[in-house]
Design a binder for this molecule. Structure first.
Ligand code: ADP
Ligand code: MG
Length: 352
């Protein structure tokens, strides 16, 4: 779908390992005071003074986490950074550095890696993080990407999954379900393309949800917003596996229950119309679809006036005593227990 027959193809082996690393990483500049030295030595040197350091890592495998037939490599580079920064922001921390490791087979030309690093660089520029290292090796099978992100936080303001209290409000940023439906649209177009390689997909009607899948944004802006509003969440998590599974994580780790209201879940109009088209229930999509990278948090009731007028934050329920259990309060006001279907990264679930 995205292959350009006129594109140049320079073989990776023509540069040699060091030539390749140098070629791909020479564009990176250092923006953060905490980065004393970056790429080029055996290790980078960081200095966080009196701050605490947050550290997180994610592994992305071709065929499991991404499909290059509809994921442009530039977007993949961008998304690989977003996935990690989202975990940093979910601690209420500031992301400062990343390392990027790739295992790549020789079926990829240099131009493909250049596109991938263009996406990495774009993300680093937009989000103000320094690329301070990585590793490059060859792979026999597919493309593998491992990103590690580093961030800093004042320890008093770090927000963990375990701090929610009974009566706290459950709040989510943005809207949900888009990334999953975007993937369904792209999968459908891939099947159409297999049958008719001359078909040109018209994704106009799905632009928002396709972008949610291909070019997600980590919610750095929400961390700033919370600070500006003077709201410190009692607990927080990023939504990578679907709302339901993340709510369950907050409840279990905080030892509380929760009532989540179906009618309050924020959905984009494109999520509603595309759910109908695919004959899926939009609530199920929001609860179990993955990769939205929004932030789910709990806040104390007394902070409600500070957030209530804000269009970026939606109250979707409240926490209860653990004896209440974890429930979805449906449109018809019946309570049904939340289950964590989420995404199954190990692939044993045939639905995904
Ligand atoms: P070493 O053999 O000591 O691990 P390398 O030759 O692999 O060193 O790496 C040299 C430098 O380039 C190091 O600073 C390393 O962090 C950086 N580097 C290597 N591969 C990548 C990559 N894919 N992206 C970013 N930096 C990289
Ligand atoms: Mg190395």
């Amino acid at each position: 779908m995205i292959e350009d027959k006129n594109q140049e193809h320079t073989s990776l082996s023509s540069l040699g390992e060091f030539g390749l690393i140098n070629h791909l990483t020479k564009q990176f500049n250092i923006k953060n005071d905490s980065t004393l030295t970056g790429i080029g030595d055996d290790s980078a040197i960081l200095d966080f003074k009196n701050k605490s350091v947050v550290l997180t890592t994610d592994l992305l495998l071709e065929g499991i986490h991404f499909d290059l037939s509809y994921m442009p490599l530039k977007h993949l580079g961008y998304k690989a950074i977003m996935v990690n920064l989202s975990d940093v922001y979910a601690m209420n921390a500031t992301a400062t550095q990343v390392t990027v490791s790739v295992a790549v087979s020789n079926r990829f030309p240099l131009e493909a890696l250049e596109a991938f690093y263009e996406g990495i660089n774009k993300a680093a520029e937009v989000y103000g993080v320094d690329v301070v290292g990585g590793d490059t090796t060859s792979s026999k099978t597919g493309l593998m990407i491992s990103v590690t992100a580093v961030g800093e936080v004042d320890i008093e303001t770090a927000v963990m999954r375990s701090g929610a209290k009974s009566n706290d409000l459950l709040v989510v940023s943005g809207d949900l379900g888009g990334a999953y439906l975007g993937l369904q649209v792209l999968e459908r177009e891939k099947q159409v393309f297999k049958v008719n390689p001359n078909s040109q997909p018209d994704l106009q009607a799905y632009s928002y949800i396709v972008e949610r899948q291909l070019k997600p944004e980590a919610r750095k802006d929400i961390i700033k917003l919370l600070k500006d509003l003077d709201v410190l969440p009692t607990s927080m998590i990023d939504i990578s596996d679907g709302l339901s599974s993340e709510v369950i994580h907050l409840c279990k780790q905080s030892e509380v229950g929760c009532d989540l209201y179906e009618t309050m879940i924020p959905l984009d109009p494109q999520v509603i119309s595309t759910s109908e088209e695919f004959k899926m229930d939009s609530t199920t999509v929001a609860l179990n679809g993955g990769e939205d990278y929004e932030l789910l948090m709990t806040i104390s009731q007394e902070d409600y006036p500070k957030i209530k007028a804000n269009p970026n934050l939606t109250v979707i329920g409240y926490m209860t005593d653990s004896s209440n259990g974890m429930n979805l309060v449906t449109r018809s006001e019946t309570k049904i227990p939340l289950t964590a279907q989420g995404w199954n990264p190990l692939g044993s679930d045939s639905e995904n």
